[in-house]
Ligand binder design. Structure first.
Ligand SMILES: *Cc1c(COP(=O)(O)O)cnc(C)c1O
Length: 430
């Protein structure tokens, strides 16, 4: 039933990609804990290696448990195919890998997850790639940052942690005109709140570590391809549009059409970079994803209540949550994420850095961790932790100034969360 467009989100999050196990009838997707698969005969093996037949060879490339998750996420995002990876950061590299080459650049938003800022500004340079950071509210700046060597544009749908929503449609108009793929990190929104592909995104990346799994058990990532980008329209993407020397001259876009990017990512990306998701991780994420919409509804409901309560409290300077009418991004919710602005926001505590640290140490239900998107409510002082390696300007741009604390609101009773914040604010601002 995975391709059935008539089913609703709540049905697809449980059923897409899965069917009773053909060997045993097991109703739940088994964990195929195996590294290799027996070929029927030599011809079968040859057909698999030539990509003439879809099947399983070796679990660095594909695994039946992981394949169910790939199809599940691709379906929920409205994509043609997906590749799961060992982490969200692996997914970001896997998304760029078929597009980039030495001397090429990616135009990225200044409002990104802290680890992504470091990956893009520092680590990708080792591959000869570079990133140009631009304010994505300044559409002219995005346009003029694109040059001859640009091969992709990258942003987050709901940016973590600053309460920022990207006008994906407006950015997609720019990338369409430039003939470039738009990559959207949809981790904070999830496909329940936001569908980047319907707004013009080419690729969607996820840290499945967060809301998709939802319970803080495993790390993972995913790249979803819309299947809509015309790789043959220019000579900018030779890995997909021209004979690929790393796969005996196969022209992926010609032979595989809308599945070109996905097959390239498996046949070359996973084969040679090896950033593979393991079947245990896929199992945990499949368990989590079954309740995605139910959790996201409660996450958003709680986030709105807590953000309003904090905004009205005079121990708090400001709250940056796009779900508040005071947010400059409130009007974008309807366009970009009509079911809500997510469950992450920051607030500024009167008393600055010291008060923030005291607040974090005084909270009892909220856990002080470098994570987000858990059923548990989480808190972090970004400036002293996740965003520590950024310059003060980068911290400010990412919405992680020293006086600001980030919350990831869980699905607990909101009264308990408010009581916890209340007692911790009293201690922090005493
Ligand atoms: C956590 C996160 C990542 C990185 O994912 P990992 O699974 O930790 O590698 C990327 N983008 C966003 C928005 C994230 O929240």
């Amino acid at each position: 039933m995975s391709d059935a467009p008539t089913y609703g989100f709540d049905t697809l999050q449980i059923h897409a990609g899965a069917k009773p196990d053909p060997a045993t009838g097991a109703r739940q997707t088994p964990i195929y804990q195996t590294t290799a698969y027996v070929f029927r005969d030599a011809d079968h093996a040859a057909a698999l290696f030539n990509l003439q037949e879809v099947g399983y060879i070796y679990s660095r490339l594909t695994n039946p448990t992981v394949a169910v998750l790939q199809e599940r996420i691709a379906t929920l995002e409205g994509g043609a195919g997906a590749v799961c990876c060992s982490s969200g950061h692996a997914a970001q590299i896997m998304a760029l890998f078929p597009l980039m080459g030495p001397g090429r650049n990616v135009v990225v938003s200044t409002r990104l997850y802290g680890g992504t800022v470091t990956q893009m500004s520092q680590t990708i340079k080792r591959f000869g790639w570079s990133a140009k950071f631009v304010d994505f509210d300044d559409l002219d700046a995005v346009k003029s940052a694109i040059d001859e060597d640009t091969r992709a544009v990258f942003c987050e749908s709901i940016a973590n942690p600053g309460g920022y929503i990207t006008d994906i449609r407006a950015i997609a108009d720019i990338t369409d005109a430039a003939g470039l793929p738009l990559i959207v990190d949809n981790t904070s929104a999830t496909p329940y709140l936001c569908n980047p592909i319907s707004l013009g995104a080419t690729l969607v990346v996820h840290s499945t570590t967060k809301f998709l799994t939802g319970n803080g058990t495993v790390t993972g990532g995913c790249v979803v391809d819309s299947g809509k980008f015309d790789w043959m329209a220019s000579d900018k993407f030779p890995s997909l549009s021209q004979p690929e020397p790393a796969y005996h001259g196969l022209v992926f876009a010609e032979v595989l059409g809308p599945m070109a990017f996905t097959f390239h990512s498996i046949a070359i990306g996973l084969r040679d970079l090896g950033m593979t998701m393991n079947p245990q991780a896929a199992h945990y994420t499949l368990m989590g994803i079954e309740t995605l919409s139910l959790r996201m509804e409660r996450h958003v409901e709680n986030a709105v209540k807590l953000a309003k309560w904090l905004e009205a409290d005079d121990r708090v300077d400001f709250v940056t949550y796009a779900g508040l009418e005071s947010s400059p991004y409130y009007a974008r919710i309807e366009k970009v994420c009509p079911k809500g602005a997510g469950a992450l926001f920051t607030f500024a505590v009167k008393g600055g850095y010291e008060a923030c640290v005291k607040l974090v140490d005084s909270l009892e239900i909220f856990s002080h961790v470098a994570n987000l998107g858990d059923t548990r409510s989480l808190v972090i002082h970004s400036a002293s932790t996740t965003h520590r390696q950024l310059t003060p300007e980068q911290q400010e741009a990412a919405g992680a100034a020293p006086n600001v604390v980030r919350l990831s609101i869980g699905t607990e009773n909101f009264e308990d969360l408010i009581a916890d914040l209340d007692q911790a604010l009293t201690k922090a601002t005493a």
